[in-house]
Design a binder for this molecule. Structure first.
Ligand SMILES: Nc1nc2c(c(=O)[nH]1)N[C@H]1C(S)=C(S)[C@@H](COP(=O)(O)OP(=O)(O)OC[C@H]3O[C@@H](n4cnc5c(=O)[nH]c(N)nc54)[C@H](O)[C@@H]3O)O[C@H]1N2
Ligand SMILES: Nc1nc2c(c(=O)[nH]1)N[C@H]1C(S)=C(S)[C@@H](COP(=O)(O)OP(=O)(O)OC[C@H]3O[C@@H](n4cnc5c(=O)[nH]c(N)nc54)[C@H](O)[C@@H]3O)O[C@H]1N2
Ligand SMILES: [Mo]
Length: 672
């Protein structure tokens, strides 16, 4: 075994991107620590009765390939599943989609972006014909008069964005919609704006109500609607009955506040509407994002200079990770795998007959639901589903029923702990590649240091497995070559990268896709037209479904993030400074709710429903509604918020209902 000292001399230098203005949030400052962390997996591991043993790459890859061949022969190619991640570089995400389709021959690939961006993506595709988080550079926000921020806690989740909200705040125009007085909602205090605090999951009704007021008070941009959209009549009918007082009784937002917000949004030229996971991670998340888009269209915002609609991307490569084939129905360039032309184009780039490409697979929750049944083997690249998937107890049981679980990671995450093989991979500073920012800008990531021990790039792992599986096609380990192939495969698609290369990106240009060969990129989409064939945006009239029949406890659980932790915590729970600040799960509850249950600060509390029970320390705060409690989802074991969350999904996007779960709260008596 060879062990090279890792991380020597690596420090995290704040990079000069317009999106972060050289700033880095707390977790960023400490991530250099993770590069040389003692927990790094540095050799391939194979499961034994009691734990793991070290194996050679040769043995690990031979054995994995042999078992994959066996399973394929016995149960068909679709018995093997692949689960990707939005943290992968564009090159790795692209190669993973190709690997699934032509090395494994399986349709069953999906990824954690299904839990993240899928509702906003579905709504954007439906309305605009394209899904790019921000269709404008983030610096456009600097000159905003009014920003409506729905279900997004940027002060904790995207601190670099805060400086771009300063202008709107100075003019009193920051409007935050959140059932909690989040760090971001607090930025509206002292005359900087308005905090709207609806009951969880009622944002769709709030948006229907705002649209009703804009239309009823003659504040709509009728000229824009006439020239640039279709569907206004349907929309008028669908919002007609949502007068402010009715919205107030359904959501808890005062009618007068709804009127004031509608007037503010319509009253200034530079208005932006932006959504985050708080409104998207619901069973009606696509319709809620659609209602936000409809409001923006009625106001004439998308495509207007100094105005717009957008959604904030989550993971490091949340945008690029959803463009090049990790989605179950997708081929590179945001193409559809069911489209014969797209299949022919991509098959030619891959050097295969289009007939060998499988059809569409199934989205993440359906895939996880098949483990141990229709799917016998799973390869995981960049997700820790034991902590981050809804109904995590059931997901954990299913992972345990697999014949073969292979997890590529740089730590033994809670998911990796269940694996038959853990394969050590390189981290961000140890590899070449590209990522695509929330504004569709393709950015180079460079290798700064050597990987520790025997950690390898996933491009190498896919090459080695492809060879052992006698896969057709070329399997490069050189990220620049893989990018060139991705660029060719994306040519003519919606997310067209064909004019880009590592060499061009290395010149430092601001490359916003679509960036076809010979173009100079597209910082602003929608100035002249939308991406549908008729050039118009589609207003899709949506309605609020009744949730009366909902079962369960009296309290609503919402979940989300803390500044100090990242996602499933697989990385940040290994940083001492962050663990000192936030060592364990805490539950936020209102003082009235707490006193009714005999709970005071720091008491141990149980939050439970029919799926499971979570233990967390009480954090008593008047910043949350009486009927609502909040848990972060970063913690493992019985601190896992996802033991409680509902696996039901949105019918359009397949996004699970992370943000609204019925629970019962009680005090746990501790014996001294
Ligand atoms: N520190 C930190 N930063 C991160 C991450 C992290 O884990 N930690 N993760 C990254 C990723 S992948 C993502 S996707 C982004 C997510 O970034 P955000 O979208 O900001 O994240 P959340 O905290 O999940 O949710 C935002 C807010 O939604 C509110 N909310 C909950 N339910 C509802 C509801 O029904 N209606 C409304 N209006 N609001 C509701 C919550 O109270 C919360 O304040 O953050 C990214 N940045
Ligand atoms: N209750 C609740 N649950 C949620 C959410 C919520 O708001 N509430 N949010 C959801 C959202 S938006 C998201 S994005 C998901 C995120 O949750 P996960 O999908 O679990 O994401 P991470 O915790 O970032 O896990 C990434 C894992 O991959 C590893 N990793 C990082 N980079 C790479 C790489 O390049 N290659 C490989 N092979 N491994 C890598 C990390 O070490 C880590 O173990 O959680 C979702 N779950
Ligand atoms: Mo996310």
């Amino acid at each position: 075994m060879t062990v090279t000292p890792a991380g020597a001399g690596a420090a995290v230098a704040p990079r000069e991107f317009p999106t972060n203005r050289g700033g880095l949030c707390k977790k960023g400052w400490t991530s250099a620590e993770l590069l040389r962390h003692g927990d790094r997996v540095t050799v391939p591991l194979r499961r034994t009765d009691g734990g793991f043993e070290q194996v050679s790459w040769e043995d690990a890859l031979d054995d994995i390939a042999a078992r994959l061949r066996e399973l394929r022969a016995e149960r068909g190619a679709d018995s093997v599943g692949v689960f990707g991640g939005g943290g992968l570089t564009n090159e790795k995400a692209y190669q993973l989609g190709k690997f699934a389709r032509i090395a494994l021959g399986t349709s069953r690939i999906d990824y954690n972006g299904r839990f993240c961006m899928s509702s906003a993506a579905a709504a954007g595709n439906r309305a605009f014909g394209v899904d790019r988080g921000l269709p404008f550079p983030v610096t456009d926000l600097d000159d905003a008069d009014t920003i409506l921020l729905l279900g997004s806690n940027v002060a904790a989740t995207m601190p670099p964005l805060l400086s771009h909200l300063a202008g709107a705040r100075a003019g009193g125009g920051l409007i935050v919609v959140d059932p909690r007085r989040s760090e971001t909602a607090r930025l509206t205090e002292d005359g900087a704006g308005i905090h709207m605090q609806p009951a969880p999951g009622t944002d769709l009704i709030v948006l229907l109500g705002l649209t009703h007021i804009v239309l009823a008070e003659g504040l709509a941009d009728l000229d824009y609607l006439e020239r640039r959209t279709t569907g206004l009549d349907e929309l008028r009918r669908s919002v007609a009955s949502w007068w402010p007082e009715r919205v107030q009784s359904a959501t808890g937002v005062p009618a007068a506040q709804l009127r004031e917000v509608a007037r503010r949004l319509a009253g200034a030229p530079h208005t932006f509407i932006i959504t985050g996971r708080g409104v998207e991670q619901h069973v009606d998340g696509t319709d809620t994002a659609t209602a936000a888009i409809n409001l923006s269209l009625v106001l004439g915002l998308p495509g207007r200079p100094g105005a717009g609609y957008g959604t904030l991307t989550g993971q490091g490569n949340g945008q690029g990770g959803r463009e090049h084939g990790q989605k179950c129905d997708q081929l590179p360039g945001y193409r559809k795998i069911s489209d014969p032309e797209a299949r022919a184009h991509v098959a030619a780039v891959w050097g295969v007959d289009p007939a060998v490409l499988p059809g569409p697979g199934v989205p993440a929750m359906e895939l996880l639901g098949m483990l141990g049944a229709e799917v016998s083997a799973l390869l995981v690249h960049g997700s820790n589903v034991v902590v981050s998937a809804p109904d995590a107890g059931e997901v954990t049981r299913r992972l345990g029923a697999l014949d073969l679980l292979v997890v590529c990671d740089f730590f033994v995450s809670e998911t990796a702990r269940l694996a038959h093989y853990v394969l050590p991979v390189t981290q961000w500073a140890e590899e070449e590649g590209t990522m695509t920012s929330l504004e569709g800008r393709v950015i180079r990531r460079r290798r700064a240091i050597d990987a520790p021990g025997e950690a390898r790039s996933e491009l190498w792992i896919m090459q080695e497995l492809a060879r052992r599986l006698d896969a057709p096609g070329v399997w490069s380990t050189d990220a620049a070559e893989v990018f060139d192939e991705l660029a060719r495969a994306s040519a003519g698609g919606i997310a067209d990268y064909s004019g880009l290369s590592h060499a061009l990106l290395d010149t430092g240009i601001a490359a916003h896709w679509p960036f076809a060969s010979g173009s100079t990129g597209t910082p602003h989409l929608f100035r002249d037209d939308f991406a549908h064939p008729d050039g118009r945006a589609r207003i899709v009239a949506v309605t609020a479904r009744s949730r009366e029949a909902e079962q369960g406890g009296a309290t609503t659980l919402i979940t989300g993030r803390l500044l100090e932790h990242y996602q499933s915590g697989a990385q940040t729970r290994r940083v001492a400074e962050l663990m000192t600040a936030r060592p364990e799960a805490t539950v936020q509850l209102h003082p009235a709710t707490a006193s009714g249950l005999g709970i005071v600060k720091d008491d141990l509390v149980q939050i439970a429903n029919e799926r499971g029970a979570v233990r967390a320390r009480a954090e008593v705060t008047s910043g949350i509604r009486h009927d609502t409690v909040f848990l972060p989802f970063h913690f493992p074991g019985d601190g896992r918020a996802n033991l409680l969350t509902d696996p039901s999904v949105d019918p359009v996007s397949a996004m699970p209902e992370f943000k609204r779960t019925r629970v019962t709260v009680s005090k746990i008596e501790e014996v001294a």
